[in-house]
Design a protein around this ligand. Structure first.
Ligand SMILES: NC(=O)c1ccc[n+]([C@@H]2O[C@H](COP(=O)([O-])OP(=O)(O)OC[C@H]3O[C@@H](n4cnc5c(N)ncnc54)[C@H](OP(=O)(O)O)[C@@H]3O)[C@@H](O)[C@H]2O)c1
Length: 327
């Protein structure tokens, strides 16, 4: 399992890390016993960077991890997030106020059953709260020993620079994959310049790029059903890309998931993908993807295949973009 530095904290993290969101919500049925087995299997093969958020499953995902961490905490770099406030009735808002930051951290620590969060991200930015106030509140958590390192999610390079000047930022987490290339508009370079790790979420295009998901057979309530890329004419266009990626992978004796992950880590050395998996069967395959060597020609071919105008549909539906600074 490959390792990468986590910003300039001195901590290291596995590449890939493990995205735990789907174990609670968004991608179809979940089963805690199977998820706990997946977490154990992940650690056994060297994953040590686990990603969650307070909003996933409205607290369920952190509670699930709390059940796991109670028995196995050593060596794990646990990342969670605050800022997206939802309720069971479907309301959603972004809160970056200092009082909320402090309360959210205490609630996460309780659900996770740990004393310190290794990496605490602001999940979405709300510009109504000055950045100084939000980062100031996050820095207080570091000073209090509740948090080890700070991160930001879906921010612009300008916000990263401003935040980093207030307190060191260890990681930025944003969507980055063959079909979501916004971080190439300056964020990867800014992270490299500042010594910030770039954590790529949805690196498999929410599973689409693997070719293993039939968007027309998704279960009721699956988040992807409402995603513009998974429907109508956009889906037909995107399917052609996924099919070509599948052919590209087969010709090299690997899987499409592995090519998608290899492409990410070949683009920049400070990128750590966090593929999501409910099933333990994905873990070794995805870890091997990071080890896969792609030639310069391979990368150029994939860059062209997934040129921005070749991908159809926005990466989020209009209602889901609040707090995303680069869309
Ligand atoms: N900061 C943010 O705003 C944000 C937003 C979204 C996600 N995230 C984080 O990023 C993590 C990863 O994102 P994601 O879950 O959307 O990512 P993803 O890795 O792009 O997609 C996950 C999907 O791919 C499937 N999959 C995984 N490996 C596979 C393989 N080798 N072959 C075939 N299918 C495979 C999974 O299936 P199974 O589950 O059935 O195994 C799941 O349906 C999340 O878990 C979450 O922690 C952060």
């Amino acid at each position: 399992m490959q390792k990468r530095p986590l910003g300039t904290t001195g901590l290291t993290i596995s590449a890939p890390g493990l995205g735990c969101m789907g174990m609670s919500e968004f991608y179809g049925p979940t089963e805690d016993t199977a998820s706990l087995a997946t977490l154990s299997a992940a650690l056994d093969i060297g994953y040590d960077f686990l990603d969650t958020a307070d909003t996933y499953g409205l607290g369920h995902n952190e509670e699930l991890l709390g059940t796991f961490l109670k028995h196995r905490r050593d060596g794990i770099v646990l990342a969670t997030k605050f800022g997206i406030v939802r309720d069971a009735a479907g309301s959603r808002r972004i809160d970056n106020t200092p009082a909320y930051v402090a309360a959210a951290c205490d609630a996460s620590l309780k659900r996770l059953r740990i004393e310190t969060i290794d990496l605490y991200y602001c999940h979405r930015r709300n510009p109504e709260t000055p950045l100084e106030e939000t980062i100031g509140a996050m820095a207080k958590l570091v000073a209090a020993g509740k948090v080890r390192a700070l991160g930001l999610s879906e921010v612009s390079p300008a916000t990263l620079r401003a935040a980093h000047a207030l307190h060191p930022i260890a990681a930025v987490q944003s969507e980055y994959s063959l079909w979501s290339r916004e971080p190439e508009d300056g964020m990867l370079e800014t992270c490299a310049e500042l010594g910030v790790t770039f954590v790529a979420y949805s690196p498999l295009g929410r599973g689409f790029l693997t070719g293993a998901i039939d968007p027309e057979a998704l279960s009721e309530g699956d988040f992807r059903k409402g995603n513009p890329r998974f429907q109508g004419p956009a889906l037909a266009q995107n399917r052609r890309l996924a099919d070509t990626l599948g052919t590209f992978a087969t010709a090299r004796g690997v899987t499409a998931a592995q090519v998608a992950l290899a492409w990410l880590v070949t683009k920049a050395p400070n990128v750590v993908p966090i593929p999501g998996a409910r099933r333990a069967t994905r873990l070794a395959e995805n870890a091997a993807g990071v080890d896969l060597a792609l030639s310069t020609g391979d990368v150029a071919e994939l860059d062209t295949l997934f040129a921005r105008d070749a991908v159809a549909g926005a990466r989020y539906a209009a209602g889901g973009t609040a707090g995303i600074e680069v869309i």
